[in-house]
Design a binder for this molecule. Structure first.
Ligand code: UD1
Length: 431
């Protein structure tokens, strides 16, 4: 299995290109199931999760043709053609490996009138149920049946035609995935839908814009109330995936923790508000240009108090990376995780590298230390793995991060991007 080896201590400097957003890609790809015409997605990141989602679309009868860019370029173009669905089922062994597979539920149901999807079960960062996905779909007309670890959703039939009715649903808790699922299902419903307390994450704005490009009628995009007027059919479109705000935020932390300066090119600053203001509060210089941000460390990092929250709050997907960065701050920081109950698995690994962190319930107190020391470490999820990479970049000596497949799920060519800006980092294979 592959490992990433880092010899820490280099200041990073230079330009680093930001890829298309993983979490946007994973909700834009299932939109291809909603029409019999081609959906072309540009700026799709090269990631294991994107490949995995492509396989799932293939199993459902959609083709996924990749064109365009040379192997040395970032990003890809994918055209999804779902002339006809040959299956309406997302099986356990796919959903188990990639939780985002649940996002095919709404589109298959809308397109075929019936969908059968395995329940995802637990995952490393918490229990992550799908009850809200199901309640929202039920509110727009889906009839649900649970058996043998699967949920079957059906649209009601009128004169032999199965079609969702539309309806109103107010989320009791903000959920990104459940909002995405119900929006994708509602766009071709017979009637209108009103989704309240919808998630407002930039990836949802991206989803809505893509659906509008395909002929959907959605009002209130970017707000917590989405009004959707069902249309009879969607058509094909070409759409560019938004830049990855979490990848960009992670590399901003890399500049800060190494005392360096990076220009992150191809970002969307509006989607990164909470991250950029937290960096400024930590004493990092943040300079915006047209489609880039330059992040420059200046003097010691200041400690922060941060609480994760739905957008526009501070993203849970940035918590682990900020924690690593704050291990080097001049004082004690307090981080509180409110979205997932078990998202501190990086703490014992960071501690092995010399970090001083105490966790009580959902709150972590991070006391800055002068030096961290390289060590063999491993992590159990994507962002936790990135926090170990960041710590390794700033630590003395060698850090070896195992279970690289977590990183490959969400960071396009991580070691290439980091070594191009001065990191001593390589991927090694233990056979
Ligand atoms: C998405 C992102 C993930 C990010 C998260 C929060 C993707 C592929 N993943 O995950 O990177 O960390 O948003 O920004 O886009 N919940 C329920 N019932 C449900 C659904 C969710 O109780 O049916 C709970 C979850 O357990 C969690 C909270 O709601 O505590 C928020 O989860 P949600 O926003 O749904 O996260 P995901 O869509 O899974």
């Amino acid at each position: 299995m592959d490992r990433i080896l880092i010899r820490g201590g280099n200041r990073l400097s230079g330009k680093l290109p930001i890829s298309g957003a993983k979490n946007a890609a994973l909700t834009l790809m299932p939109c291809g199931l909603l029409t019999d015409q081609p959906l072309t997605l540009r700026n799709l990141p090269r990631l294991a999760d994107v490949d995995g989602f492509g396989h799932l679309l293939n199993q459902l009868g959609a083709s996924t043709a990749i064109e365009g860019t040379r192997p040395d370029e970032f990003g890809r173009v994918m055209t999804i053609r779902a002339g006809q669905l040959t299956s309406t089922e997302a099986p356990y062994d796919i959903v188990r490996k990639m939780r985002a597979s649940i996002l095919v539920l709404g589109p298959i149901l809308a397109r075929a009138g019936e969908a059968r999807v395995s329940l995802p079960g637990g995952c490393a960062i918490g229990n992550r149920p799908i009850d809200l996905h199901l309640k929202a779909l039920e509110a727009i007309g889906a009839e649900l049946e649970m058996s043998a670890g699967y949920v079957t959703a059906r649209a009601p039939k009128t004169n032999g035609v199965a079609r969702l009715t539309g309806g109103r649903y107010r989320f009791p808790v903000v959920s990104v995935g459940a909002t995405e699922n119900v929006v994708m299902a509602a766009v071709t419903a017979k009637g209108s839908s009103r989704i309240e307390n919808a998630a407002r994450e930039p990836e949802i704005v991206d989803l809505c814009r893509c659906l509008v490009a395909m002929g959907a009628q959605i009002e209130g995009i970017g707000t917590e109330t989405l009004e959707i007027e069902g249309v009879d059919r969607l058509h094909g479109a070409t759409y560019a995936v938004m830049p990855d705000r979490i990848e960009a935020g992670s590399y901003a932390c890399a500049a800060a923790i190494t005392g360096g300066s990076l220009e992150l090119v191809g970002i969307d600053a509006e989607s990164m508000g909470a991250t950029l203001s937290a960096l400024s509060d930590a004493g990092v210089l943040v300079e915006l240009t047209k489609n880039a941000v330059r992040v420059t460390a200046q003097g010691p990092l200041q400690p922060l108090t941060l609480t994760t929250a739905p957008f526009p709050g501070f993203a849970t997907d940035m918590q682990a990376q900020f924690m690593a960065m704050l291990c080097k701050a001049d004082g004690a920081s307090v981080l509180t995780e409110t979205i997932f109950e078990n998202r501190y698995m990086h703490v014992p690994e960071l501690a092995r590298m010399g970090a001083d962190i105490t966790v009580t319930g959902r709150t972590a107190v991070v006391r800055g230390v002068e030096r961290m020391a390289g060590a063999p470490v491993m992590a159990t999820d994507l962002r936790a793995s990135m926090s170990l990479i960041l710590a390794g970049l700033a630590a003395d000596g060698e850090t070896s991060v195992s279970r690289v497949y977590h990183l490959d799920r969400g960071y396009e060519r991580l070691e290439e991007k980091l070594s191009a800006v001065g990191a001593d980092i390589e991927r090694v294979s233990d056979g």
